[in-house]
Write a protein that binds this ligand. Sequence first.
Ligand SMILES: Cc1cc2nc3c(=O)[nH]c(=O)nc-3n(C[C@H](O)[C@H](O)[C@H](O)COP(=O)(O)OP(=O)(O)OC[C@H]3O[C@@H](n4cnc5c(N)ncnc54)[C@H](O)[C@@H]3O)c2cc1C
Length: 344
Amino acid sequence: MILPRFDVLVPDTVERACGMLAENADKGVRILAGGTDLLVDLRSPIFRQHVPRCDGCPSHPKGSVSSTIDCSMWDSEPLMDSGGSLRDIFKAPDQSPPEFLISLHKLDGLKGIRKLDDGSLQVGALTTITEIERSGEIREGWTALAEGADNLGSPLVRNRGTIGGNIVNARPAADTAVPTIALAGKLNLQGVSSTREIASESFPLGPGVTVIKPDEILTSIIYPEAPPYSGSAYYKLANRKALEISTVGVAVWLVLDKPGGIVADAIISLGAVGPTPLIAESVKDTLIGKIPDKTTIRKTAEAVKDDARPIDDHRGSAWYRLLMVERITERLLHIALKRAGENR
Ligand SMILES: Cc1cc2nc3c(=O)[nH]c(=O)nc-3n(C[C@H](O)[C@H](O)[C@H](O)COP(=O)(O)OP(=O)(O)OC[C@H]3O[C@@H](n4cnc5c(N)ncnc54)[C@H](O)[C@@H]3O)c2cc1C
C-alpha cells in the first residue's frame, strides 16, 4: 500500500489538536483516529492523471494527452446521489493529499465508556468498536449499539476502528451511526473557541460530508438513559457475514408506558437506503401512542418502507432494499418489544 507523504502531529490536549487543525487548514490536514477509513482513503485519491483520456471530442483531438476534466465527454455524465457528477469530484480541490495528519492517540480523555450521574452514557470518540462490542453496560441498556459494533468489519478492524471515526466518516451504511441515531445519541464537538452538542441525525449531510467545522473534533457521544420498558435492536443485512458494508441496516428503539401498554416513544433509523442514515418519520403516525400488536407492527413496517430512498447498486437493487427494510423492521420491532418487556 503506497501512501502519499505526510507528517503526523501528536497533540497532548484537545485544545492543542483544535489549534493544529485551524493553523494548518490551508495546507491540508486530517484527524487520524484508528486510520481504518482514513488511510484507505489517502491511499487512492483521485488525481488528475487518473481521469480517462479523451478519445476524440469537439474540444480535443483523438489521442490528446491533456487533462479531460474540461472535456465535453463529461457533459452527459449522470449526476450521483449527492447531486454532483464525477467531473465535480475530479475537479474538487480537496483531492490532494493532506500535508499533516493529527493523531489523537494521546488524548486519553476521548477514550472509554462512562455512565453519567443522570443515567446517560458517555462514549468517548476514541473508544474502539471492540470496546463497545464487549461492554456489558452497552449491551444491556443500549443494545442496538452493541449489535452495530458486532457487525462492523472484522476483529482486526474493530480493534483499531473507533466510533468517532465511524460517525465522522459519514457513510450512509455506517454500523454504529445508524443505531446512534435510533438511540437519540448527541455528539459533542469541540473547536478552538467553542463547544457544541448536535443531534446525531443532524450531523451527516451526505456521503462523507458532515456539519463539522474545520477546527472541530468529535469528543464524545452521549446516549440518553435507557428508561424502564425500553428496548432496542439493530440488524445488518449484507452479502457476507464479515468484512462487508451493509445492503440495508435498520435500528429500532422503543419505550412502552407500562408493561403491555402503548408505545410511548420510538425511533427507527435506516442505513444504506439514502445518502445519509434516515429517520423513519412514519412511526409517529403508525406506532407511537398505539398498542404494539401484530397488526400495528405490520402496518409500521409497511410505512417505514416508504421512508427509505434507496438506489440500485452492486450490493442490491432499490426494489430489494425496500422489501428488506419492511421485513427487517417488522422483525426488529418484535425483538425490541420483547426486550422492552424484560427491561424493568
Ligand atoms: C476492511 C474494512 C472493513 C470495514 N467494514 C466496515 C463495516 O462493516 N461497517 C462500517 O460501518 N465500517 C466499516 N469499515 C470502516 C471503518 O473501519 C469504520 O468506519 C471505523 O469505525 C473508522 O474509525 P477509525 O478510527 O479507523 O477512523 P479514521 O480512519 O481514523 O477516521 C475516519 C474519518 O473520521 C475523521 N475522524 C476520526 N475521528 C475523529 C474525531 N474524533 N473528530 C473528528 N474527526 C474524526 C478522520 O479525519 C477521517 O476523516 C471498514 C473498514 C475496513 C478497512
